[in-house]
Ligand binder design. Structure first.
Ligand SMILES: CC(C)(COP(=O)(O)OP(=O)(O)OC[C@H]1O[C@@H](n2cnc3c(N)ncnc32)[C@H](O)[C@@H]1OP(=O)(O)O)[C@@H](O)C(=O)NCCC(=O)NCCS
Length: 248
């Protein structure tokens, strides 16, 4: 067999295996936004964006008050894939949060013993709405074999020109450099979005793993300020670290 044909076949077989694995883990939903296991192959824009007239209307409505994001639905992060959250992953996401509570609870106010399927569904529902509004772009993080290993997202809440990143890792996959890789990839994409001058990570002064991720991903501390602690492991000091477009 000619080498080009062999390589093409290998790639196709690889993609099929990944799809099968995703299907087995999450199931393939019918129609709707981003449904199915490879919406990134139905791309209209360079980064996989698809036009959505509802989104356009909302963007017009919000444009005077908010910075609307136009983030890609899927991002490649080396051995990881970031995919926009979809409703059919709610159950696995709830299980991931529950098994990671000892690590999440100290720093994430919403991560409590009562977290279950309802909360997970509500999170994904609001992610879908906020994506349409252009105010948040939240992604599930998968390994290349389809395991859900965490979550990461971009938020516009700090105002024009700035995107803020938030994240958590599913405990069995922590400490492998996965979140650092995801942050690097998302930051690279975020800094290419229109009007974005900087990306920030805000973490509590006691959150050493998050500080390590920010530093390893090239973020530099620019501010420390006081605020009321909201989660049990937090101090009253929040650190802001940033990466600017020129350094990307
Ligand atoms: C922060 C978090 C996402 C990191 O995820 P991760 O996938 O383990 O991240 P990485 O493997 O890429 O890097 C973790 C780094 O933290 C370091 N780390 C872990 N625990 C640490 C500790 N107690 N003190 C100092 N560094 C620590 C690791 O050594 C590693 O750095 P290294 O590669 O230089 O050794 C994860 O710990 C988490 O989900 N925490 C709870 C939720 C949270 O705090 N989210 C962020 C809110 S701002």
């Amino acid at each position: 067999m000619a080498p080009t044909i062999r390589v093409t076949l290998a790639v196709v077989v690889g993609i099929r295996r990944f799809e099968k694995r995703l299907k087995a883990v999450h199931g393939a939903g019918p129609g709707g936004h981003g449904r199915g296991i490879r919406p990134w192959l139905r791309r209209d824009g360079e980064n996989g964006q698809r036009r959505d007239s509802r989104k356009d209307l909302l963007r017009v409505h919000l444009s005077s008050t908010l910075t609307a994001m136009e983030a890609p639905e899927m991002i490649n992060a080396g051995e990881l894939v970031l995919k926009r959250w979809e409703p059919e992953w709610a159950e696995e996401a709830a299980a991931a949060v529950r098994e990671s509570l000892p690590e999440l609870e100290p720093f994430l106010p919403w991560a409590t013993a009562g977290y279950g399927l309802e909360e997970s569904r509500a999170y994904i529902r609001s992610s879908v709405e906020n994506w349409a509004a252009g105010t948040e772009s939240n992604y599930a993080i998968f390994t290349s074999t389809g395991e859900l290993v965490g979550s990461i997202g971009l938020m516009t809440r700090m105002g024009p020109g700035t995107l803020e990143i938030g994240y958590w890792t599913r405990t069995p996959w922590a400490g492998r450099g996965y979140m650092t890789a995801a942050v690097r990839a998302l930051t690279r994409v975020a800094l290419t979005l229109s009007g974005v001058e900087r990306v920030v990570i805000r973490y509590d002064a006691a959150n050493r793993p998050s500080a390590a991720v920010a530093a390893k991903a090239g973020f530099t501390e620019v501010d420390r300020s006081y605020r009321e602690p909201a989660a049990p492991g937090e101090t009253d000091v929040i650190v802001t670290a940033e990466r600017r477009a020129a350094a990307a």
